[in-house]
Design a binder for this molecule. Structure first.
Ligand code: CMP
Length: 143
């Protein structure tokens, strides 16, 4: 059964461009409820832990340098069919391939600096959520 949760990170380029409000508005207008949210700064090591599955990829160093280059805003989001719908909202990893109307098409500069992360499965959404949020930081009820 789908968990209806997905984990996003508004990445350091999103914070640097001053568009966290605009991106959050798009996310909420698309029907996602924010269950948890914070501003934090990853270290190269904690970014490496989050992106563990990509450790052997050639871009791993670039990815962890970028993700630790400034503050970011992780959020736990809820919506029916959250993982797939959020990936549709943000568009392809490479903004050059992202569809018109998607967040990455509108704001992202490159495959590496692509404004937002979105979980790729229900299972990973829960693993990623636990990386940033304790149970006490996740709102239990409708707000
Ligand atoms: P994200 O959805 O956060 O998950 C893994 C990230 O790795 C991805 O977004 C991209 O930002 C990054 N990534 C994927 N491919 C490349 C690449 N070829 N060069 C740099 N970064 C990449």
């Amino acid at each position: 059964m789908a968990s209806n949760l997905t984990l996003t990170i508004l990445k350091p380029d999103c914070v640097r461009k001053g568009i966290t409000g605009e991106v959050t508005k798009r996310i909420q207008e698309a029907g996602f409820k924010i269950k948890a949210m914070k501003m934090t700064r990853l270290t190269k090591q904690t970014a490496g832990g989050f992106y563990e599955v990509h450790r052997e990829r050639p871009f791993f160093g670039e990815l962890t340098d970028f993700m630790s280059s400034g503050p970011c805003v992780p959020m736990l989001l809820e919506k029916e069919n959250a993982v797939a719908d959020f990936r549709k909202l943000i568009g392809a990893t490479d903004p050059a391939e992202a569809e018109e109307g998607t967040i990455r098409k509108a704001f992202a500069d490159s495959k590496g600096e692509n404004i937002v992360h979105g979980s790729d499965s229900d299972e990973n959404a829960l693993i990623e959520a636990s990386y940033f949020f304790s149970q006490a930081e996740i709102v239990a009820n409708e707000v």
